[in-house]
Design a binder for this molecule. Structure first.
Ligand SMILES: [Cu+2]
Ligand SMILES: [Zn+2]
Length: 230
């Protein structure tokens, strides 16, 4: 009898203890008294990452003139980086356009080092599967010397291991042959020549949230007031 009772007590204690252990495990999440595994984590969507670069000439190439510009980089949840902006003062035609490894202008654009190439690849064009991360192809300047940039790239990033933040944008004297020149220099730099302008990529404030276009304001009251005045 005594043994049976003590066994029963032991059993009850065992059950209670195990359920207590179980409960404490499910309370581990802290905020929610539920097992975290069953409930999704709620979070607010992050604003897109935004960066900006102010392009200017540093006199690396003699007679290149004054080149100026600004390019914005925006990266949303999809991962692709959208680039938009313009550069003025270029000679008409194509100019190699790259991200270089350093955001250093202490000795002009030449302090920016080589093409940003964390994967140790050969030089290529932006659409190539194997390329330097920094290979963005060419900017095409019109007769007025202005190049408008409106494109996106899948390999550069504003965070993580391919981040271009703090690195340099370099615009070259000549056209980038995208690694198809057939010589040694082509698979290194694309034969794009001197560095006519450059700038350091810096983080920028996120763009304002999208606002749907507003309906035209109702100015009837104002008109009434005006007509009453006149
Ligand atoms: Cu370059
Ligand atoms: Zn390259």
């Amino acid at each position: 009898m005594y043994l049976k009772t003590s066994l029963l007590v032991l059993l009850i204690v065992a059950i209670t203890t195990s359920s207590t252990v179980d409960l404490s495990r499910t309370k581990r999440g802290g905020i929610y008294p539920y097992d975290a595994g069953f409930y999704p984590t709620f979070y607010t969507p992050l604003p897109p990452l935004t960066a900006t670069v102010e392009i200017r000439s540093y006199g690396d190439v003699e007679g290149a003139g004054e080149i100026m510009g600004r390019i914005m980089f925006v990266q949303g949840a999809g991962g692709a980086v959208l680039m938009s902006g313009n550069v003025t003062g270029l000679s008409p035609g194509a100019h190699g356009f790259h991200i270089h490894e350093f955001g250093d202008t202490s000795m002009g654009c030449k302090s920016m080092g080589a093409h940003y190439n964390p994967g140790l690849m050969n030089h290529g064009g932006p659409a190539d599967p194997f390329r330097h991360v920094g290979d963005l192809g060419n900017l095409n300047a019109g007769e007025d010397g202005t190049a408008t940039i409106q494109e996106s790239d899948h390999l550069i990033s504003l965070s993580g291991p391919h981040s271009i933040i703090g690195r340099g944008v370099v615009i070259h004297e000549k056209k980038d042959d995208l690694g198809r020149g057939g010589d040694k220099e082509s698979i290194r730099t694309g034969n794009s020549g001197g560095r006519v302008a450059c700038g350091v990529i810096a983080l920028a404030a996120p763009p304002p949230p999208y606002q749907p276009p507003m309906a035209p304001a109702n100015n009837n009251n104002n008109n009434d007031a005006k007509s009453a005045e006149s």
